[in-house]
Design a protein around this ligand. Structure first.
Ligand code: SAM
Ligand code: TMP
Length: 389
């Protein structure tokens, strides 16, 4: 049974940056499946509406993302030494370009992003990861020793079909690595902004294992990584491959989640109450700043910021503009609002309050804006509760 636990109000498509104002188009609610323990959003948009020729997200925009991908690729070469690799949702090729181009095949449905990966010398199938593509991959390639996918699998609604397809194209000795935001971290940090139209699911280790097992796959190791506000890197194998041992880290993660109650509906009811409180407090904080006639801008026009601003109804009446480094977002409105996204400039005016839309890159931002921060410049965040830093 699927039970709703939170209503995040009317929301737009989180990456629909446009020069024209586009109002919110759907009601975003969160639900928990009592059987599989999966947490998901209630409305699934057609993939073509979200991932098409003009998709603005670029992995390479974050130093942390680039560094973690580089580090992981070194580890993969050393420990797994794969001869043929598939990446699903390669975006601009930030991960795949760390490997010998002859050994990698990529899948990326958004043609504008795929073009950037191709410029790096990568072979890219400009397709969705679906049954049709599987036939093509099986025809043109050997089964893969390594399949990698970061922040993509939770964007695809039919998980059973994804994992059944993985079983077909993964070599029997192969490893499938997924990176996705951690549900435990999301709840601990009260980061309800992890939910938007593209994040159809936020995985717990418990739920992911339940679904994988139905498709003859299983997690054998989990790494907790810092990116995107706290993610998990899951190492997955075929169930019939008994050569790889299940790690202690996997068991520890499972136990931590169980102890936290992530497999119970009560956990989500509590989370829902904390989120509603966070909304009230953030509105109060920003209202007070505006009443003192002070200026607020946003830093990082992330999909997360879109969820927060639309849920809390904090729009152009609160924010002067948002800074962002992404070319495809600049000169457009933050979805669901009339807030302009401007080309990033180093922060100088220490009287302006700066809301961290990209709070998950806080350390990276603080390094860049050291002079602003050291000069009494003030950041606002809502993580883990609304406050001025
Ligand atoms: N993997 C990169 C990373 O972690 O930085 C990009 C993540 S981005 C949030 C999600 C990527 O998945 C986008 O580039 C998108 O086009 C791609 N994607 C979405 N749906 C997909 C599907 N059905 N099949 C393959 N790729 C998909
Ligand atoms: P994400 O949380 O979905 O990765 O989005 C982060 C957004 O923040 C993305 O549009 C890039 C932007 N950004 C900046 O503008 N400056 C920065 O220093 C960082 C780290 C991100």
């Amino acid at each position: 049974m699927k039970k709703i636990f939170l209503d995040l109000g009317n929301q737009p498509l989180a990456n629909n940056f446009s020069k024209k104002y586009i109002p919110p188009i759907f009601r975003l609610k969160l639900k928990f499946d009592t059987k599989s323990k999966l947490v998901m959003i209630n409305k699934h948009m057609e993939k073509e509406r979200m991932f098409n020729k003009s998709y603005p997200y670029r992995s390479s925009k974050s130093k942390l993302v680039r560094e973690l991908f580089k580090e992981l690729s070194k580890k993969i070469k050393k420990k797994l030494n794969p001869e043929n690799i598939l990446e699903i949702g390669c975006n601009d090729g930030s991960f795949a370009s760390n490997f010998n181009k002859e050994k990698v095949v990529c899948v990326e449905p958004c043609s504008d992003v795929a073009k950037e990966a191709k410029k790096k010398g990568l072979r890219v199938y400009v397709n969705y990861f679906d049954d049709l593509l599987i036939k093509l991959l099986l025809k043109n390639h050997q089964k893969f020793d390594l399949i990698f996918s970061a922040n993509t699998i939770t964007h695809i609604s039919d998980l059973n079909s994804v994992f059944a397809n993985i079983t077909q194209i993964l070599a029997d000795h192969g490893t499938f690595i997924i990176e996705e935001p951690s549900l435990l971290e999301t709840i601990k940090k009260n980061s309800y902004d992890q939910f938007y139209n593209e994040h159809i699911y936020v995985f717990s280790t418990i739920a992911l294992q339940n679904i994988l097992k139905k498709n003859k796959l299983e997690i054998y190791d989990v790494e907790n990584i810092k990116v995107h506000g706290g993610s998990n890197r899951y190492y997955i194998k075929k169930k019939k491959n008994k050569k790889i041992k299940i790690s202690l880290r996997f068991k520890k993660n499972l136990n931590l989640e169980k102890r936290f109650g992530i497999n119970t509906f009560a956990c989500y009811k509590k989370f829902s109450k904390r989120v509603q409180k966070s909304k009230k407090e953030l509105i109060k904080l920003l209202k007070k700043i505006k009443e003192n006639n002070q200026k607020i801008i946003g830093y990082g026009a992330s999909a997360k910021a879109v969820t927060i601003l639309n849920y809390c109804n904090l729009k152009e009446n609160y924010f002067d503009f948002f800074y962002d480094t992404t070319q495809q977002k600049i000169g457009k409105f933050l979805p669901g609002t009339r807030i302009n996204v401007l080309k990033y400039k180093k922060l100088r005016d220490n009287k302006t309050y700066v809301f961290l839309g990209a709070w998950n890159f806080y350390k990276e931002i603080l390094k860049k804006e050291k002079s602003f921060y050291m000069n009494s410049g003030k950041f606002i965040t809502h993580i883990p509760y609304p406050r001025i830093i």
